[in-house]
Ligand binder design. Structure first.
Ligand SMILES: *[C@@H]1O[C@H](CO)[C@@H](O)[C@H](O)[C@H]1NC(C)=O
Ligand SMILES: *[C@@H]1O[C@H](CO)[C@@H](O)[C@H](O)[C@H]1NC(C)=O
Ligand SMILES: *[C@@H]1O[C@H](CO)[C@@H](O)[C@H](O)[C@H]1NC(C)=O
Ligand SMILES: *[C@@H]1O[C@H](CO)[C@@H](O)[C@H](O)[C@H]1NC(C)=O
Ligand SMILES: *[C@@H]1O[C@H](CO)[C@@H](O)[C@H](O)[C@H]1NC(C)=O
Ligand SMILES: *[C@@H]1O[C@H](CO)[C@@H](O)[C@H](O)[C@H]1NC(C)=O
Length: 888
């Protein structure tokens, strides 16, 4: 009876996507306005591997069949290139195995790692026969003595993998075979033999690897602790039962000094342990269960290290992405103190994972060798007792999850799929350190967010890539203050901040960008790292967006008003573009605030539209931006544009349009100008559509703005100015009212989603009914019908069916309440959520089951477990529905 649960779940998704918290970027920058540095070569694609060289001022790029060395300062400068193609023979073998010659049977360069100052280690998929080679940096040539790349690089260019080079040894997570079905975490070393994971689903179960890196122990060296390599991936859970595959984000680790076991776990990791990474919204019972990328913000003391991850939900249609941050100490604690899980067999064939409550052997299974063990004469993993090794072999999974800092996501965004993340720590002018989070999306957009007093603020969104394609790789260089994004079509370099594009102090401060400050001397928004020689007193920065710190700006003088003259009965749109997505527009006429209620007037996204202008509509109009700065707890208003509307009533020339003469003050011109399109490359030209020194309003919605002054304007036409380009919110259509675009989108979304949901439910219901009917799980009428159709006579279990059916309805209701009203105390919430999902599926069936044990095996702390579950057949798992025994 899957649909009840699924329904509750889908309901939750809907609830989350409509009511959940999510941030909106304050500023949107368009690609065409930014003039970013880009690199690509004709005929070469998949620029997905990036490596920044600290020493050589270089960005190495691994693409399809080519490796480039670009200048770190300017990626349009290509310093070197080497091609690595696939020979005839392997190519033929690849095509013979049914792979595409144009797509799969090429050499996708996927590993670029520094070996030493002179060489890089390079691996490519090489037509499904991965190979690795050394790249000499002196002459940028490959050694030409390729090594077997199995286990270091994926076979399939579209399959996930990760590698990291630590002290000359390559740690990787990838697939070990052609089919990609044998996952492996391994270490290749020039000095010692290969070390790898056991081939078992309890070690790795269809993982998608996203990241791996080393954490040096530093201060822990006193205890003789080892450096550790952490792996991050999403895999299919073994511990939860669910309809189909439930994905779980994981962190796993191995010790650098691991040498494998002597008898048990020979040439296998003796230190492989993994735990669940939790990224959830406890208050909405929503779980982000797919990790896409991880960035480790390393500090010299590993305790201060923070792990950032981007997550989405397995149910991608919700359109939510989240960033969760983890304290390294918490991760370390889980690995060094966490409880293990173990596989238990229930009812002969079925296994489930429960907490291991027995005595754990000493030394702790999976722990790295430390001084304490050395005192016990265990100086390497080869000396570990078999008991410990056997235990870790059978119990690689820890029960305790790794909870995020603050028990919830740092950032939740709607309608984006984050694919990449990098984080930089910035010391702002207030002396505090802020983590600036850069996240790349599957549409080529970059979000920049800053965490301020626990709240996140999305400073800006930037269309980094020309096309709407995923950002495949993102790296940051603090030295060049640039971000580098790799995609299928090229490499883009972008500065980490666009301070110079904020035209006014207000804008500069409200942006709350830790990199930017207003220089009151030069009256410009500057990057604080460029202005480091500046007297700090001249720089205005307020990370809470308190724009009151700005010098006050005098309002518009009479001559700054734009004069608009229109024919009676025609329509006019007074343009006004708000530079910030967080600001609201407010119109005043004759000094009083206009409301939507006024007839014949519409406050749109691009300006004020007045239909059928009448004599009483004449007067002064002012457009104000009102921006709420939550961290400052204040509204900041500023005047963006002013108009004087007059009617043109010449008796003799009814077809002549009025001339609009504008004389904007220079301050206002630049600010209003920059608002349009959210920031032009250069602020100088006034020939742009918005504020020409003198123009006649152009006609027709489609016609581009013109400066031609001899246009005729039919009485019913609308004066229309250039409209603001918005991305990525999907709709480009002009909005008829001043409703927040996001809000409107939501409502639209909502009704569609509801309809969709309804249909889905109905179909599911029909399917379930038909199935259960067919399988004889449902009561009499159904069986009679089945009998009529199939001529079957099996009806032995009718009474039970009835009881079950009654239970079914109740159960759905109970569950619903239970799931939405669950207490939300702490981060083990996720466990509970998942449990709740699973509970409804299987674990708590007892009454009219067939004598299965009521398995409350693990998670006794879960409130959902305490609830008396009088659910019965309802809890039949789908995967058992086709078993022969007549359940319920
Ligand atoms: C490589 O790039 C091409 C062209 O953009 C794209 O269609 C393809 O999916 C990419 N392949 C991989 C494995 O990323
Ligand atoms: C991580 O937690 C430890 C112990 O609770 C604390 O000392 C440390 O400051 C935390 N680090 C961060 C970055 O939050
Ligand atoms: C360790 O080995 C030494 C020498 O082989 C021996 O004297 C000592 O008793 C051993 N210690 C333990 C704890 O086994
Ligand atoms: C996010 O990805 C999912 C699955 O790939 C897709 O269905 C969805 O449309 C994407 N959402 C957005 C906003 O790009
Ligand atoms: C503004 O005031 C003028 C006279 O001062 C009046 O004629 C006009 O109707 C007013 N306009 C609006 C929109 O209130
Ligand atoms: C700030 O401005 C918004 C929009 O005009 C308004 O709804 C809100 O009440 C204002 N808040 C305060 C505290 O003034």
């Amino acid at each position: 009876m899957g649909f009840g649960v699924l329904g509750v779940f889908l309901g939750l998704l809907l609830e989350v996507s409509t009511h959940g918290p999510h941030a909106v970027p304050r500023t949107s920058w368009r690609h065409q306005d930014l003039d970013l540095m880009e690199f690509s070569e004709p005929g070469i694609f998949n620029y997905s591997t990036l490596l920044l060289s600290e020493k050589r001022d270089a960005l190495y790029v691994g693409a399809r069949e080519a490796i480039f060395e670009l200048s770190k300062k300017n990626v349009t400068v290509r310093n070197n290139k080497v091609q690595w193609t696939v020979a005839e023979n392997p190519m033929m073998m690849c095509t013979l195995k049914g792979k595409s010659k144009e797509r799969d049977c090429l050499n996708y360069i996927r590993v670029l790692q520094v070996v030493d100052e002179e060489r890089l280690y390079v691996c490519g998929t090489h037509a499904f026969q991965p190979q690795c080679d050394y790249l000499n940096l002196a002459d940028f040539s490959l050694d030409g003595r390729p090594e077997d790349g199995r286990g270091k690089c994926s076979f399939d260019p579209s399959q996930s993998f990760t590698t990291v080079m630590v002290d000359g040894e390559l740690y990787s997570g990838t697939a070990y075979n052609f089919l990609g079905s044998e996952p492996i975490i391994s270490r290749y070393s020039p000095y010692q033999s290969l070390l790898r994971t056991e081939y078992s689903t309890s070690w790795l179960n269809e993982p998608s690897f996203v990241f791996a890196d080393v954490i040096r122990e530093g201060r822990n060296r006193a205890y003789g602790e080892d450096d550790k390599i952490y792996y991050f991936f999403t895999e299919v859970s073994v511990e939860y039962e669910f309809f189909g595959k439930l994905l779980i984000p994981r962190v796993a680790r191995v010790c650098k000094g691991d040498l494998g076991g002597q008898r048990t776990l020979q040439k296998k990791w003796t230190s492989f342990l993994k735990a669940k990474l939790v990224c959830s919204m406890p208050e909405l019972n929503f779980v982000f269960n797919v990790v896409h990328d991880v960035f480790i913000l390393k500090e010299s003391d590993w305790r201060e290290t923070v792990i950032y991850g981007v997550f989405t939900s397995q149910w991608g249609n919700v359109g939510l992405s989240a960033v969760c941050a983890y304290n390294m100490t918490a991760v370390e604690d889980v690995f060094s103190k966490g409880k293990y899980m173990q596989k238990a067999t229930v009812e002969q064939s079925h296994t489930k994972w429960v907490r291991y409550n027995g005595i754990t052997p000493f030394p702790r299974p999976g722990a790295c060798i430390n001084n304490l063990m050395r005192q016990q004469n265990i100086s390497s993993s080869l000396h570990l007792p078999d008991k410990t090794l056997q235990f870790v072999k059978d119990h690689p999974l820890l029960e305790d999850p790794v909870l995020p800092i603050g028990n919830g996501p740092r950032l939740i965004t709607k309608d984006v799929n984050y694919t990449q993340i990098v984080v930089e720590r910035v010391r702002a002018l207030d002396g505090n350190i802020y983590d600036v989070i850069f996240t790349g999306t599957d549409k080529g957009v970059l979000h920049k967010s800053v965490v301020f007093e626990g709240d996140v603020h999305i400073v800006e969104e930037t269309q980094l890539l020309k096309n709407s394609e995923p950002i495949k790789n993102l790296v940051l260089s603090s030295e060049t203050r640039s971000l580098y994004a790799g995609s299928d079509s090229g490499v883009v370099q972008s500065p980490t901040a666009f301070c110079g594009r904020y035209p006014s102090c207000n804008d500069c401060v409200l942006a709350r960008d830790p990199y930017c400050a207003w220089d009151s001397h030069t009256a410009a928004c500057v990057n604080i790292f460029d202005a480091s020689g500046q007297q700090p007193g001249n720089l205005i920065q307020s990370l809470n967006g308190d724009a009151d710190k700005c010098p006050s700006v005098s309002g518009l003088s009479q001559k700054d008003y734009q004069h608009v003259t229109v024919k009676p009965g025609s329509s006019v749109e007074l343009p006004c573009l708000v530079p910030s997505n967080l600001a609201q527009v407010m119109w005043k006429s004759n000094g009083s605030v206009l409301t939507e209620a006024s007839r014949f007037q519409l406050i749109g996204e691009n300006g004020l539209l007045i239909y059928s202008v009448a004599p009483e509509d004449q007067g002064h109009y002012e457009c104000w931006s009102v921006e709420w700065a939550p961290a400052a707890g204040k509204n900041f208003s500023r005047l963006l544009a002013g108009y004087v509307l007059t009617l043109d009533l010449p008796p003799g020339a009814p077809q002549q349009a009025g001339h609009v003469t504008t004389t904007l003050g220079s301050q206002e011109t630049s600010s209003t100008h920059a608002t349009e399109g959210n920031g032009k490359t250069d602020r100088a030209p006034l020939t742009s559509a918005f504020a020409p020194p003198s123009f006649t309003a152009s006609v027709l919605f489609t016609s581009p703005p013109q400066t031609d002054s001899s246009l005729t304007l039919p009485p019913s036409s609308t004066i229309k100015f250039q409209s603001k380009q918005h991305f990525p919110p999907s709709s480009n259509a002009p909005r008829p009212d001043s409703q927040d675009p996001a809000a409107e989108y939501l409502q639209h979304n909502n009704s569609i989603a509801l309809l969709f949901l309804f249909l889905l439910f109905f179909l599911l219901f029909l399917a379930a009914l038909a199935y259960n009917c067919y399988m004889q799980y449902l009561p009499a009428p159904c069986l009679r019908m089945r009998a009529a159709l199939l001529g079957s006579h099996k009806s032995a279990h009718q009474p039970e069916y009835r009881a079950c059916e009654a239970g079914l309805m109740e159960a759905s209701a109970t569950e619903k309440i239970n799931m939405t009203a669950q207490p939300t105390q702490n981060g083990s919430q996720t466990t509970q959520n998942l449990r709740a999902l699973r509970d409804t599926g299987y674990e708590t069936e007892p009454e009219c089951g067939n004598g299965r044990i009521p398995s409350h095996g693990f998670g006794d702390d879960s409130p959902s477990q305490e609830k008396p579950f009088d659910v019965d057949c309802e809890s039949q798992p789908i995967e058992f529905a086709d078993a022969d025994e007549p359940y319920c």
